[in-house]
Design a protein around this ligand. Sequence first.
Ligand SMILES: [Zn+2]
Length: 126
Amino acid sequence: MDHYSLEAWMKYVKNELEEEDREAYEDHLYTCDQCLEIYLEAMEEEEQALPAMPREEELTNLIMAQIGVEKLRESPPLISAEEQKQSSAKVTWFERCFPIAFACLMLIGGQVKVLEDTKGKTEKLK
Ligand SMILES: [Zn+2]
């Protein structure tokens, strides 16, 4: 089983992880005493590292950084939506052409069959 490093747990404590990672860490924590100890160690280090009160400037930076992160989180779906549009345009181009080509083949095939049928019928009529 892979264990998480102290650095990794520090990230967890500092809330610097993605939601998926946090869940994975938490799941691991339930089953691993070794990491639970490291986690508690990380908690202690974090508590010591934290100043009693963050200075106003730092707080503003923190909030600004948080807003920046939120914006970053919001923008990727927009980009991917644009990319999806482009890729779906390619797909629809192919999807449009394929049925047409297929329909043409069916039509030609059908006409050939009809011709053969009429041939057969006229031959039978004779
Ligand atoms: Zn572990």
